[in-house]
Design a protein around this ligand. Sequence first.
Ligand SMILES: [Zn+2]
Length: 169
Amino acid sequence: MGKNKNSKAGQALKTNPCEKYELAITNYVLGEKIDIPQKELFDHLAQCPSCQGDLRNWRATYATMRAREYAGRPEVQQRTQAFIHKLVTGPVHGEPLQPVIDTERIVGLATGEIYNCLKKNGPLSLSLIRKNTGLEGYPFYEAMGWLNQEKKIIVRGKNDQPEYAELQP
Ligand SMILES: [Zn+2]
């Protein structure tokens, strides 16, 4: 706590006159009930730079505390993470949009290639289908999914892991 720099008030009260306002100031900042009339506190603040400083410090401390508490909440952290993820992975602002891809055509072509490959070779492992058709990633798995869903192929494997495929007889 600082000393009252107002000489008049300092003479009137021999002890530190600000002492009685310490708690009132912290309670006021915290939004809690103050134990002296609010007018008395404000009148003192109006003429006491030391207590004005205390009030500012307490406000800053409280604001920092609240900000930390807010940032620490799980939902806020989640939002922050999501926002950062978007910033890091999203398209760069101002970058031209990439061309639209005709996924139907891409998957359609892959489907035909896999079908012909199995027709020509009989049952094959998935890795051999990829090797023979040159397909991988998105078009390969989408086409396999479509062929399976349309009952064009049978997929075999252990523990639900697809390993081999063949055409439906
Ligand atoms: Zn004071």
